[in-house]
Write a protein that binds this ligand. Structure first.
Ligand code: DC
Length: 232
């Protein structure tokens, strides 16, 4: 389907399948896919490696403020798709571990970290034709996005999906830990001071608790056709 040079913002709760959905949509509509969560995860991994997060989770904010300009975080196009890199090192796997997942929400609540990430996301999106997923894309990063989608699903269903993904990667997670991580992130993401997770007033809500990926795609196609008057 041919769409105009639009920006699609996909926001929502953790583990609602935003990135899978956005990647499929990017392919279908020939848009650039940008994963804003990967940026926050990359900053978190970097902060951990620089010793800026204490074992109790306390962030050395001053240290992070000084270290951030030295972080060369980017998306690199590879034969297996776009991957997150720090310098010339692929960190795609490391940024998805439970250690990083457990630390990322507090890091992403730091205002200067958000400003740093937002600046990069906007620079990478120049000219539009982008679909970006995150928590505040439709509210803060691109409040004028032509199409906004807000994804949600039951927390236990989301935890089960994340648990299955981790098992498939050879990890041995405990279900209750995965659920706890999701519930904690929902809370922190929705209650932080800077750009909290919330549905933009003009966002279309998708609760995919009982939807297949195919049903999600059909839903989106209908939405895009109706919104942009595309006859197909
Ligand atoms: O989408 P994800 O689970 O990979 O995101 C990781 C964390 O980053 C999530 O807990 C909240 C934060 N995040 C954010 O605050 N704003 C965004 N636009 C994207 C992610």
């Amino acid at each position: 389907m041919t769409v105009p040079d639009i920006i699609i913002a996909v926001d929502g709760h953790s583990s609602t399948g935003k990135s899978t959905f956005a990647k499929l949509a990017a392919k279908e509509f020939n848009l650039l896919y940008l994963d804003s969560g990967a940026m926050y995860r990359g900053v978190t991994l970097y902060a951990m490696e620089q010793g800026l997060i204490a074992p109790d989770g306390t962030i050395d904010e001053e240290g992070l403020r000084e270290a951030l300009p030295g972080l060369d975080l980017k998306f690199v196009s590879t034969p297996e798709g776009s991957k997150t890199f720090i310098g010339d090192r692929c960190v795609e796997g490391e940024i998805r571990t439970l250690e990083v997942s457990n630390r990322v929400s507090p890091v992403s609540a730091v205002a200067f970290v958000r400003a740093w990430v937002d600046e990069r996301l906007r620079a990478m999106s120049r000219g539009g034709r982008v679909i970006m997923d995150g928590r505040d894309i439709g509210t803060t990063v691109f409040p004028d996005a032509e199409l906004k989608i807000f994804m949600t699903a039951d927390a236990r269903i989301r935890a089960q999906r994340r648990f299955d993904e981790m098992v498939a990667r050879g990890e041995t997670p405990v279900f209750e830990d995965v659920l706890k991580n999701i519930e904690e992130r929902d809370y922190i993401d929705s209650h932080r001071e800077t750009s909290p997770l919330r549905r933009a007033e003009d966002a279309y809500v998708m609760d995919n608790s009982d939807m297949t990926l195919h049903e999600e795609t059909v839903w989106l196609r209908g939405l895009v056709q109706g919104k942009f008057g595309i006859l197909e």
